[in-house]
Design a protein around this ligand. Structure first.
Ligand code: GZL
Length: 316
């Protein structure tokens, strides 16, 4: 082998070794994520999106399902602080009660990313960015669709999500803002169903017991409760989607299936697939780059007429 070739070979070997050492030297990012729970199909898709993206990027993810309990989320965040993770992410089950634990994360110099839901904190330097939907606009979209469908006249019952959660507060706010423009559209009953199918069914049974055929429409803060309500409406002897018009939020596959069956009339998309955006923000933060305080997820409205066309391409 000529001297020149030998030198080139040695140079190549050195460069590769250097590259490996640097790569080996690069610290693996460790992220702690305290998830609300597994209360709905939306939440399960959200968790799958986060877990899959961490795996794809080779990021170590400490993932805790907090069973819709704030104290479990606080405990999980404290464990992440003790483990000295690089970044903490969580979807706050409710908007209040986070200041103390977020101050602990700040003192530990661990950046916090809010995913999906926001918080009510005096000091918004306690979290770096919120990645999620505009729930107020989702409520407005549901109300605009319903006002057109009902020609501005309806007695509405409302299934609220988890009391005190950002989506519940804001979807209600947006919905009421729009129906205030229609004097003959009234919310005659409103109660929390905690975003679950079982509670949606139970509360709808109460609405039917109290109001029966006086109900023209249902606004449900998520599809899972709407699907529970459909079961209650059928058991009561009325036709969901015909006798009672139903608009809900999330746009899960089961909502498209219910629309194809004529039992649900419209679902407003709330995209749970935010794993990519979450870990983009994680990597930016770890690299010391600035990230926007708010990242809003783009979403559509899906009425019954388009359900068959879109179902095959729905990803959650
Ligand atoms: C909204 C999310 C809500 C969904 C529900 O972004 O927080 O929580 O609408 C889920 O299905 O339980």
């Amino acid at each position: 082998m000529s001297k020149k070739k030998l030198v080139l070979l040695l140079l190549l070997a050195f460069t590769l070794a250097l590259g490996c050492r640097i790569d080996a030297g690069r610290k693996r990012i460790v992220v702690g994520f305290a998830q609300v729970g597994a209360e709905s199909a939306w939440r399960i898709a959200n968790s799958e999106s986060i877990i899959a993206e961490a795996k794809k990027r080779g990021i170590e993810l400490k993932f805790v399902d907090c069973q819709q309990q704030q104290e479990n989320q606080i405990k999980a965040i404290r464990s992440f602080i003790a483990d000295k993770v690089d970044v903490i992410g969580f979807s706050p089950v409710v908007t209040t009660g986070w200041d103390e634990v977020l101050r602990e994360a700040k003192r530990a110099k661990i950046p916090v990313i809010l995913v999906d839901r926001g918080v009510d904190c005096q000091d918004d330097s306690l979290w770096v960015t919120l990645i999620g939907s505009d729930f107020v606009e989702e409520g407005r979209k549901a109300a605009r669709w319903l006002a057109e469908k009902m020609k501005g006249k309806a007695n509405i019952v409302e299934l609220q999500g988890t009391i005190g959660s950002a989506p519940t507060i804001d979807r209600k706010k947006g919905f009421e803002e729009i129906i205030a423009q229609y004097p003959e559209m009234k919310i005659i009953r409103s109660k929390a169903g905690d975003f679950t199918r079982s509670m949606g069914k139970e509360v709808m049974e109460e609405f039917l017991e109290a109001e029966g055929r006086n109900i023209d429409a249902l606004f449900s803060h998520n599809d899972d409760m709407a699907i529970g309500a459909i079961q209650a409406i059928e058991a009561y002897g009325l036709r969901p989607g015909t006798d009672i018009i139903i608009v809900s939020v999330d746009a899960i596959r089961a909502a498209f299936e219910a629309m194809i069956e004529g039992k649900l009339n419209c679902t407003v998309e709330c995209n749970p697939l935010i794993g990519r955006q979450f870990f983009d923000a994680v990597e930016e933060i770890v690299a010391g780059k600035p990230v926007p305080k708010r990242v809003v997820v783009d979403e559509e409205v899906f009425p019954q007429e388009v359900a068959k066309e879109f179902l095959p391409i729905r990803r959650y």
